[in-house]
Design a protein around this ligand. Structure first.
Ligand code: IPM
Ligand code: MN
Length: 368
């Protein structure tokens, strides 16, 4: 297959881990006889420095023309004091909105080799495996007005949703639950917010279309507690933008390292943007020690969700698992009797596992 992929390395460690993604893509190309046409574009602080805006039109245009987009990370202290329109994060929000990527999928799964590094007791975190489905282009992040008033004496942000926006993300939640363990937890604040009461009504309406899925409603504060007391009690969580931001960050640290987790932001026609959940980590940028696994697993998600390459995605995921089982890790992880590696070294180790597996399975050559 031939596919067009836009790469947005962005800021901080984004550039280093994007190099790892490129190497993995090259390995997939040669093992499975695909062709990836890669185009690198600017976003975030990098775009501000080079073009004076966090999301150049050319970047948005290229992404719209592509089959999928891979993003490293945006942001850093260098741009912290910029006015809101000229912050790197504005580029990220702009591309989500500009591409209509309304569904953010964040799978959170524990890795057996890293269980000991979780802030929770092993017996509590052990079987956790959930998918957080976060609404990404509405709610408080985009509602108008959002402004200071009366010389800064008053301030307003707006939590607005249309019925259509809630329906499509709730459907995504149900669909995810159907292909997983058929348990959907809808998170809201229906005891206080009108938007949450409408959200809950829509979930209940949609539930009749998915009779095989068990639905549970949870208030966001209770969901935050359950995440640390009984994380394995979740399968799919569907929630609005800000709640999803907070809960998915909370969930992501349960696995022992934020550096491991991928995410997908998708719309209905298959186009998606794939990025690790961690940020730009300016404190370690340029040192060659960043963990590329979140980026590499995001590349796997891209192959699976946007490019129709399920086998290839599985091969990457199992190469990563093998690597951890072999004791290889980056500085942010601790594996007993393991071997600490640089970004480049662990990328090579993963690729080694990938290519060895392909040769021994000889499945890969059939995917021409
Ligand atoms: C995330 C990030 C972003 C968000 C920031 C950087 C705007 O925290 O992807 O979770 O809040 O959505
Ligand atoms: Mn976040």
């Amino acid at each position: 297959m031939e596919k067009k992929i836009v790469l947005l390395p962005g800021d901080g460690i984004g550039k280093e881990i994007m190099e790892s993604a490129k190497k993995v893509l090259a390995a997939i190309e040669s093992e499975y006889h695909h062709r990836f046409i890669l185009q690198e574009c600017a976003i975030g602080g990098d775009a501000l420095d080079r073009y004076g805006v966090p999301l150049p039109d050319d970047t948005l245009h290229a992404c719209n023309e592509a089959d999928a987009v891979l993003l490293g990370s945006v942001g850093g202290p260098k741009w912290d004091n910029q006015p809101p329109e000229f912050r790197p994060e504005k580029g990220l929000l702009g591309i989500r909105k500009g591409l209509g990527l309304f569904a953010n999928l964040r799978p959170v799964k524990t890795f057996p080799a890293l269980l000991h590094a979780s802030p929770l007791k092993e017996e509590i975190v052990k079987d956790s495996d959930m998918m957080i489905v976060r609404e990404l282009t509405g709610g408080l992040y985009f509602g108008e007005p959002s402004e200071r008033r009366n010389n800064g004496e008053d301030v307003v942000d707006t939590l607005a949703y249309s019925r259509h926006e809630i329906e499509r993300i709730v459907e995504k939640g149900f669909e995810s639950a159907q292909i997983r363990n058929k348990h959907l937890t809808s998170v809201d604040k229906a005891n206080v917010l009108e938007s949450s009461r409408v959200w809950r009504e829509i979930v209940n309406e949609k539930a009749t279309d998915y009779p095989d899925v068990k639905v549970e409603h949870l208030l966001v504060d209770a969901a935050a507690m359950k995440l640390i007391t009984n994380p394995s009690g979740f399968d799919v969580v569907v929630t609005e933008n800000l709640f999803g931001d907070i809960l998915s960050d909370e969930a992501s640290v349960l696995t022992g390292s934020l550096g491991m987790l991928p995410s997908a932001s998708v719309r209905t026609d298959g186009l998606g943007m794939y990025e690790p959940v961690h940020g730009s980590a300016p404190d370690i940028a340029g040192k060659g020690i960043a963990n590329p696994i979140g980026m590499i697993l995001s590349t796997a998600l891209m192959l699976e969700y946007s490019l129709g390459m399920q086998e290839e995605a599985k091969a990457i995921e199992s190469a990563v698992m093998d690597c951890l089982e072999q004791g290889y890790h980056t500085a942010d992880l601790k594996i007993k009797d393991g071997k600490q590696m640089s970004t480049d070294e662990i990328t090579e180790a993963i690729i080694e596992n990938l290519t060895t597996k392909c040769i021994s399975d000889s499945i890969c050559s059939s995917y021409v």
